[in-house]
Design a binder for this molecule. Structure first.
Ligand SMILES: Cc1cc2nc3c(=O)[nH]c(=O)nc-3n(C[C@H](O)[C@H](O)[C@H](O)COP(=O)(O)O)c2cc1C
Ligand SMILES: Nc1ncnc2c1ncn2[C@@H]1O[C@H](COP(=O)(O)OP(=O)(O)O)[C@@H](O)[C@H]1O
Length: 318
């Protein structure tokens, strides 16, 4: 995918594009509907124009929006699956937020050869979110670009939104989040060294770089999930896994961490790229009086996980 960083205006370009504009955090099932729709107009290059960091973080200092469901690289990987060929990343700054909708259309979008614009219902643009989709349609008429507005997608009457999904992840409701995302919530990073305690307990765990800083973090607890070990950028080997997310009150208690013990695996994963998918919340973190008690609990967790995955495998086979 072609990546274009936009610090002021997008560079002039004559390639005919269909342009989808939006934040697309999570690339959830609502976004998927929109992206499927835009493929109907795929007589030209499919481009997405998005923003980072989140406007609520930049403008309101709202820490809930400092982290994403899908940081930039992860989002681009998912968008690629929908056939997106070009990605404009607008550096969202306080200065950018001052631009009016009119200026954005007339002076920014007009530099591109846009054949079609697609946005979701509820899309706003311009200083203080001054303009809605009707204004966008009217403004774009002046540069002869048709705009399609895709209605919001609901699941069981619940509006699918990144904000709802963020709340669910923070509440540990990863199964409901999965239903809205259309995939399990996941984090991607490369395996780094931790404190090397896990192996002495008989439960080595992978730690991933960048995850804690960039991703919306699930409620502390022990989860069942799947680890995808990548090879050359693509998922390669899948392992069922136990994920420990949180403060590890028995050994640390100070800082949040995410680590995963892979079932049926032994080997060295340092430096590998791994995607950890959260399938199910198992239990809260517990504070044990010693490591022996912790290990006893981890053995029980492992037994539970083995039974769980065996059962769900058998159910799948029918
Ligand atoms: C299945 C599993 C369950 C865990 N449960 C707890 C827990 O209840 N309480 C806790 O303090 N730490 C828990 N942990 C985290 C361990 O304390 C941690 O993995 C261990 O200290 C190794 O740390 P290291 O990555 O620094 O080697 C759990 C880890 C795993 C893999
Ligand atoms: N079943 C397994 N699950 C997770 N990691 C494993 C497993 N088997 C071997 N490893 C390796 O062990 C490392 C973790 O060992 P650990 O003692 O927890 O050290 P650290 O936390 O310092 O990395 C992982 O990064 C990986 O390379």
């Amino acid at each position: 995918m072609e990546y274009i960083e936009v610090s002021s205006k997008p560079p002039k370009d004559s390639t005919a594009i269909s342009l989808v504009i939006g934040k697309f955090d999570g690339v959830h099932s609502g976004h998927a509907k929109l992206l499927q729709k835009v493929r109907e107009y795929m007589d030209c290059t499919l481009a997405v124009m998005s923003f980072s960091d989140h406007p609520n973080w930049i403008l309101k200092n709202d820490v809930d929006f400092q982290k994403s469901l899908t940081p930039l690289d992860h989002k681009m990987e998912l968008l690629k699956l929908f056939g997106v060929e070009r990605y404009y990343n607008i550096q969202f700054t306080k200065q950018f937020a001052q631009i009016s909708a009119k200026e954005f259309v007339m002076e920014h979008l007009s530099r591109l050869n846009i054949k079609h614009i697609v946005v979701g219902e509820g899309f706003h643009l311009g200083k203080g979110r001054e303009s809605d989709t009707n204004d966008l349609i009217n403004l774009c008429q002046q540069i002869e670009v048709p705009v399609t507005v895709i209605p919001l997608v609901k699941a069981n009457d619940v509006k699918i939104s990144s904000t709802t999904i963020r709340t669910m992840i923070r509440d540990g409701q990863v199964e409901v989040a999965q239903a809205l995302l259309g995939r399990p919530y996941s984090v991607i990073g490369s395996v780094i060294h931790g404190k090397a305690l896990g192996r002495t307990l008989g439960f080595p765990t992978i730690n991933l770089s960048g995850v804690l800083e960039q991703y919306v973090l699930p409620k502390p607890g022990i989860y069942l999930g799947v680890a995808d070990i990548y090879n050359d950028g693509s998922p390669n080997m899948q392992k069922n896994t136990l994920i420990s997310a949180g403060y590890r009150p028995t050994v640390d208690g100070e800082s949040y961490s995410i680590e995963a013990y892979l079932l049926d695996f032994s080997g060295d994963l340092y430096g590998e790229t791994v995607e950890l998918m959260f399938h199910r919340y198992l239990r809260p973190e517990l504070q044990f009086s010693g490591l022996d008690q912790l290990v006893e609990q981890m053995k029980l967790d492992k037994l539970y996980a083995q039974t769980y995955f065996e059962t769900s495998n058998n159910n799948r086979k029918g």
